[in-house]
Design a protein around this ligand. Structure first.
Ligand code: ATP
Length: 311
């Protein structure tokens, strides 16, 4: 195989809870993660000369070791003693620095893609361990689908059945939020509104759309909403426009609304884009890759998708 094309999907958090802090400063998390269909194209090609050449459609995105996809390629070369180089092109569609794990999912796509391209014998578990060295969301981005992530993001439990289908409006306010500073500002002992993670898991297993929407919660909103009131305003507007519920994803600033009706979702997306003069608004849907034991055809029927996330 000379080249491989991967679809690196974005994620949203249905719940995000912080349960403590480790001695080394890392926060302990409990989050229900969910992919959406929106993806970056990640193309990886072998090249005879050593090294890594990375390009993307965004001229301002770093293409060197500051890019997580570049770091993933180097880690694979080092770990498996690869002498050949790689050329990587990323066609970005996922908004950057948005709370949608854009960098982490490109990173995961390179780890999985290089495993396939070079025919490496490496288990998914080992790949997830390698991913954790590059970022807390990377193991999830390798696993994909509806997953409970715990620890610092490395303890993953697949939820079965996965989240039932929703249409999703992703609306990114035109502000930059630093993930690091959000976690630094979080005052754990003052948080009263921890999400009901168990309730969310039960709602997903029961495939109960209304209960899933009721159980959504993200403790990081306690930090970001006072600083960026537009996040609260966007949530409120999406609810008025027919969202079953709306919440910030990850450390923000993207707000997502869950809808049962596609037309309503598209209409709401147009309205918030105009009213808030937003540069980045996307209408997509939840995405669940086939799990082992589940026939692809069955999953395709349920989610209206037949391709795999990372192929
Ligand atoms: P998370 O949800 O995992 O916190 P995020 O969606 O908030 O991630 P990213 O899109 O990953 O944020 O971008 C965060 C920073 O990472 C940006 O400042 C960007 O320059 C850098 N970065 C490195 N590699 C990538 C990549 N492949 N795609 C996007 N951003 C990248």
């Amino acid at each position: 195989m000379e080249e491989i094309r991967m679809r690196a999907r974005a994620k949203i958090n249905l719940t995000l809870d912080v349960t403590g802090k480790r001695e080394d400063g890392y926060h302990l998390l409990r989050m229900v993660m969910q992919n959406v269909a929106l993806y970056d194209d990640v193309m990886i090609r072998r090249r005879q000369e050593a090294g890594i050449v990375l390009t993307s459609n965004l001229p301002w995105l770093p293409c060197d070791e500051r890019n997580l996809a570049w770091r993933a390629a180097r880690l694979m070369q080092e770990e498996f003693g690869l002498t050949e180089g790689v050329e990587i092109h990323i066609q970005k569609r996922i908004p950057v620095a948005a709370g949608l794990a854009g960098g982490s999912t490109d990173c995961a796509a390179v780890l999985v893609g290089m495993k396939r391209l070079f025919g490496l014998r490496v288990s998914q578990k080992k790949l997830e361990e390698l991913g954790l060295r590059l970022g807390a969301d990377v193991p999830y981005c390798i696993r994909r689908g509806t997953v409970l992530a715990e620890g610092i993001g490395e303890i993953l439990t697949d939820i079965n059945p996965q989240c039932p289908p929703f249409f999703v409006v992703l609306a990114k306010p035109n502000v930059s939020v630093s993930t690091k500073s959000v976690y630094q500002k979080l005052k754990l002992d003052e948080i009263r509104n921890h999400p009901d993670t168990e309730g969310m898991l039960a709602a997903i297993v029961a495939q109960d759309h209304q209960a899933i929407c009721k159980k959504m919660g993200n403790v990081l909103e306690n930090v970001t909403i006072p600083d960026y009131p537009i996040i609260a305003a966007l949530k409120e507007r999406l609810l008025e426009l027919g969202a079953e519920n709306a919440m910030m994803s990850g450390s923000g600033p993207t707000v997502f609304g869950l809808f049962l009706d596609e037309k309503q979702a598209k209409k709401a997306a147009k309205k918030v884009q105009r009213e808030f003069s937003l540069k980045e608004v996307v209408t997509t849907r939840t995405f669940c890759p086939a799990r082992s034991g589940q026939k692809r055809k069955e999953r395709g029927k349920q989610y209206g998708e037949t391709d795999n996330c990372i192929k």
